[in-house]
Ligand binder design. Structure first.
Ligand SMILES: *[C@@H]1O[C@H](CO)[C@@H](O)[C@H](O)[C@H]1NC(C)=O
Ligand SMILES: *[C@@H]1O[C@H](CO)[C@@H](O)[C@H](O)[C@H]1NC(C)=O
Ligand SMILES: *[C@@H]1O[C@H](CO)[C@@H](O)[C@H](O)[C@H]1NC(C)=O
Ligand SMILES: *[C@@H]1O[C@H](CO)[C@@H](O)[C@H](O)[C@H]1NC(C)=O
Length: 375
């Protein structure tokens, strides 16, 4: 999620300066307590919507009946101001796909979902597709920071998904629900693009999804897999959303089977972001929950959640880079068993330039003002 009334802030973060836990080197007790309180509140927020989800047929049913036309039952309905879509035909009324060019970054082309005709598309390059979260849109700062960094660096095709009409406030449960529709349509778009530009290799498509967008990217890759037998080459999850996804089945959330390489940046663990390691490589920043740059911010969890985008955008162009130190698990890190200064541990580059053979859990230290990378 990105912002808005639906964004609950369950736990009071440590006051600026007190930083007893989760900033810098984490300490055991306080941090675990914060996580537990946050979990409790998030679970309460989620419970109602989970009841609604549980009333639906299981995901497998929809998969089994989804032969292109989908089930005969209605697949769009409204509850108050919130629209739920499920197996609706994909068209440009709810989803927009943008293609950016360095020549004119503020004037991207909008590509038709079913018949994309991109100009200046170089199939020899990696294609990045950026997916926002709750209440996001194409101009949302998190999306914009990332596409601008890719365009400045050059050497790739840059696309963005705008599924904002399915992710409006205060409809967080609807947005969660609509990740499937948004993901499936993103997959159909990529398949149509590969048909239109036959040299495009889906294995060279890299989806970058923030918060709920990380789950959209996973659904997109699964839809591509169903249509072509291939998955996307890479998914980068930027603090994948926790609320509602905490308990759902594996098919309903980002995991390591969703792309050839799945790397995940965690910046607000247990509040807006997921706790557990879900990718091939998982990177926990500054204790994972409270980012140092956010300690004076009026909404510390949200600020920390959003920093996943800022760190990733910076990693695209940074000369020194973010580096992660290996740790057996996040829980060992939280209780202080992994020393931040353990120079014997393996260090790897984090973010855009992460090596796709990286595996495991890493923790990452950053500065508290931009540029955040410490080298
Ligand atoms: C897009 O699909 C919706 C149904 O989801 C339909 O009502 C609308 O007319 C379609 N729009 C276009 C431009 O095809
Ligand atoms: C892509 O690479 C191939 C082989 O290296 C080359 O022949 C082709 O011209 C390149 N295409 C573009 C658009 O640069
Ligand atoms: C994004 O910003 C551009 C340029 O400021 C504007 O033309 C466009 O309408 C905006 N799009 C959305 C979806 O807000
Ligand atoms: C990634 O890591 C592997 C194994 O450590 C190494 O062989 C390879 O050269 C690395 N790739 C890059 C691009 O650094």
């Amino acid at each position: 999620m990105s912002r808005g009334r639906g964004a609950r802030v369950p736990a009071r973060p440590p006051a600026p300066g007190s930083c007893g836990c989760c900033c810098g080197r984490p300490a055991a007790g306080g941090c675990l307590l914060l996580l537990l309180v946050a979990w409790g509140a998030t679970a309460a927020v989620s419970a109602g919507a989970l009841v609604a989800l549980a009333a639906l047929p299981p995901f497998d049913y929809w998969e089994a009946t989804g032969d292109g036309d989908g089930p005969a039952e209605r697949s769009e309905w409204s509850v108050g101001p919130c629209t739920f879509q499920f197996w609706e035909p994909c068209n440009n009324s709810k989803l927009l796909f943008y293609h950016f060019s360095s020549d004119d970054p503020y004037n991207p082309d909008i590509l038709d979902i079913m018949n994309p005709e991109p100009q200046n598309f170089d199939t020899n390059l990696t294609t990045h597709i950026i997916v926002h979260g709750y209440v996001g849109h194409v101009n949302f700062s998190a999306t914009a920071n990332i596409y601008k960094a890719f365009l400045r660096r050059g050497g790739s095709n840059v696309l963005a998904v705008d599924w904002g009409r399915l992710a409006t406030a205060p409809c967080y449960p609807a947005a969660v629900f609509n990740t499937l529709q948004a993901g499936r349509c993103t997959g159909e778009f990529l398949v149509a693009l590969a048909r239109r530009v036959p040299q495009l290799s889906l294995a060279r498509v890299h989806a970058v999804g923030f918060s709920l967008g990380a789950h959209v990217a996973a659904f997109a890759s699964n839809a591509v897999h169903e249509a072509t037998g291939a998955r996307l080459g890479r998914i980068t999850g930027l603090d994948p959303a926790l609320p509602l996804f905490a308990t759902l089945k594996k098919t309903w959330k980002l995991d390591a089977s969703d792309a050839d390489f799945v790397d995940v940046l965690h910046t607000n663990v247990g509040v807006f972001g997921k706790i557990e390691a879900v990718g091939h490589a998982d990177f926990y920043f500054n204790g994972g929950t409270v980012q140092p740059a956010c300690s004076d911010h009026q909404n510390v969890p949200l600020c920390s959640h959003l920093l996943a985008n800022i760190y990733f955008a910076e990693s695209i162009e940074s000369d020194i880079g973010f580096w992660g130190t290996h740790c057996p698990s996040y829980y060992q890190y939280v209780v202080g068993w992994c020393s931040v200064l353990d120079s014997g541990s393996e260090r790897v580059i984090v973010g855009e330039h992460c090596n796709s053979s990286t595996r495991g859990v890493y923790f990452v230290e950053t500065g508290s003002t931009p540029p955040y990378a410490l080298g």
